[in-house]
Design a protein around this ligand. Sequence first.
Ligand SMILES: *Cc1c(COP(=O)(O)O)cnc(C)c1O
Length: 377
Amino acid sequence: MDGVTKTMRQGEAGATGGASGYLAIDLAALARNYERLAAEVAPARAAAVVKADAYGLGAARVAERLHAHGCRHFFVAQFVEALRLRPLLAADATVFVLNGLQPGNELACAREGIVPVINSLEQWRQWADAARTLARRLPAVLQFDTGMSRLGVPPEERAALAELVSGDSGIDVLFVMSHLACADDADSAQNGEQSAEMARVSAQFPQFPVCFANSGGIFLGKAYHGVLARPGIALYGGAPTAGRANPMEPVVKLDVAVVQTRTVPAGTRIGYGGSHVATGPTRLATIAAGYADGLPRSLSDRGAVYCDGVRLPIVGRVSMDSITIDVSALPEGRLKLGSLVEVLGPHQTLEDVARDAGTIAYEILTGLGHRYERQYR
Ligand SMILES: *Cc1c(COP(=O)(O)O)cnc(C)c1O
């Protein structure tokens, strides 16, 4: 509990504890998801992708819990994330930086024992320079572009890299890796193409084990597993494969408090721009979360929240700090100041909210703000 929360608890807190919203993070469900994924890829191992503060859920708490369940490989995107996470983890854990190193970070990276993913010949040379400067061997992962054109050594530079790797560079390569662009679409032909390209990479660098699948890739089958898989979204309860039943357990639950209720007659304008006009007498509730809390403005007049399993549509525009909902479907008086409504939970998944917002579960999850009271379970 942080200081602000403590002060609220000691103050005039209402029945719900006084917070505007409660973000419950189920660490036991997270651990079961990890074990489910680890079993799926066994005898290969499962890493955990904890970039962007573990998709918004708290990298320190998530990594600590997964370490207790046997996870030893943790991937972040940026060096600054690795710097924060590394000291919190046991010495037998390894922290990898997917984006590799910005010039100037090499010595700090080596000093902290963080492992960079090398994405280019230039990054290889800089890491080799650092090894020479420090007069010791340094570990690295080599990433190859197999068809996403985002990060990694492109096909035309592979031979040059093989040459550098075969020399005495002072770098110990732990894995060769690549990333799938379409793994959530089990029918995409690009999966097979990238897998074939990864097989060619592996043939060119046969001495190094392969790290390949993300969440979706894990469910594409053995050919995608290598020795180490890198799931992210599936750990956090997101669906690994679009259009299929989600085999993962939900990890987050979000309940938001009502801050005001009212009844308006037909013809009343609701929200910014007056874009929504009540077609009949309507009972409304305003809840204390908005786009600054990660509920996108694109949910305006599209999304919903739930109470007692009843769908309560969002009416009018999503504001920065609040959203107005139509609660006419509930018994009168059911919602009052301080009552909670479900934004994410048994009646509405991350994927449901993402669909209504015109985005993906990843963006909803990573966007959940820091004004909710976080409850780790
Ligand atoms: C984000 C990321 C992952 C995890 O992807 P999910 O789809 O969340 O499982 C794995 N590998 C790389 C390189 C990534 O950028």
